[in-house]
Design a protein around this ligand. Structure first.
Ligand code: ADP
Length: 314
């Protein structure tokens, strides 16, 4: 369905994409994760023909995006981060407008609009103006606009940011349905649990490159025997307790990577049980009060942390 080959993008002398390659089969659901500035939006811009790559090729459904741009773009639906709707028009009128833009007309247009309203769960609100809708409902209309022409590949850029749980669940279920009907999905999100739920394969992107790609089992193997340990500290003396605890850990292993997030210390170790008892002893010696200690099996959130040592939800 999609072949992205060795895409590079430079802005002046800054290399924003450093040779990104991947293939998607028809019907795959693919998650794209990366901290801010990793190059995700630039890659999407290039895959949709809105940004020109410095080098490399994109083929969609066998069509070369630079040579057969219009035909290739017909195969894509994009749900952008920003809501792109006419607020003074009703949900139905917005969909009719986009349907006409895609070249639909007559009965086919009416049917598609009705089907789409049902799919996004807004058929009972179809004649309400979009400006009275909640953020989540507006996003659902946005998704409707992107799928009216039945694209083969749907690219969704953080479709659930800042919306109510009900709309969020509705969006996730809509994506599942579309995917089960054969639509190929690229899903970009900071919410790991959504990507875990929806995506068969995931790429982790950092500083313009894919640093890992695979299904969740393959990504788990990158962590090997190491397990994430999370210590939550009761910071009686502010940051001081955290600093003293980090120093204590570094006495054991000066090179240990430690990630501090608010009152939590996170680290990876091959022998977590042993380290856990050593560190509990250390906390007693230092008179640092611990609220909890956990050993966490690999999941997308800690695999990402392990690979990038960055907090994704920054
Ligand atoms: P992400 O979507 O992962 O947050 P972006 O693709 O938006 O990342 O940005 C990747 C890098 O490219 C950032 O360092 C950003 O500042 C830079 N960048 C993006 N667009 C431009 C542009 N038009 N001109 C110069 N630099 C840009």
């Amino acid at each position: 369905m999609l072949k992205v080959h060795d895409i590079m993008k430079n802005y002046e002398n800054k290399q924003v994409l450093k040779g990104v390659s991947f293939h998607l089969k028809k019907g795959e659901s693919f998650g794209l994760l990366g901290p801010n500035g990793a190059g995700k939006s630039t890659l999407i811009g290039i895959m949709t023909g809105l940004i020109r790559a410095t080098s490399g090729t994109v083929t969609i459904g066998g069509l070369d995006l630079t040579k057969e741009t219009k035909q290739a773009q017909q195969l894509i639906g994009i749900v952008p981060q920003e809501i792109a709707l006419y607020l003074d028009l009703t949900a139905k009128e917005n969909l009719m407008f986009w349907g006409k833009m895609y070249g639909l007309k007559g009965k086919e247009l009416k049917n598609r609009v009705q089907e789409t309203l049902e799919l996004i769960g807004l058929d009972n609100r179809s004649n309400d103006k979009v400006n009275v809708f909640s953020g989540g409902m507006k996003r659902r209309v946005n998704i409707g606009c992107a799928i009216l022409h039945r694209p083969k590949l749907l690219i969704m850029d953080e479709p659930t940011v800042g919306i109510d749980p009900q709309s969020r669940n509705h969006i996730l279920e809509t994506v599942k349905t579309l995917n089960s009907e054969g639509m190929t999905i690229i899903y970009i999100s900071h919410y790991m649990e959504e990507v875990e739920y929806l995506c068969q394969r995931v790429a982790i992107m950092d500083q313009g490159s894919f640093i890992a790609i695979g299904n969740q089992k393959e990504l788990s193997e990158l962590v090997g025997k190491k397990r994430e340990m999370i210590f939550t500290i009761k910071c009686e003396q502010g940051q001081n307790d955290i600093d003293r605890m980090c120093q204590y850990i570094h006495q054991y292993d000066p090179l240990k990577d430690i990630v501090v997030q608010e009152n939590q210390i996170k680290l990876f170790d091959e022998h977590p049980q042993q380290l856990l008892s050593d560190l509990i002893q250390g906390m007693t010696e230092l008179n640092v009060q611990m609220m909890s200690a956990e050993i966490v099996e690999p999941n997308l959130e800690n695999i990402f942390l392990y690979l990038t040592s960055k907090k994704l939800r920054d």
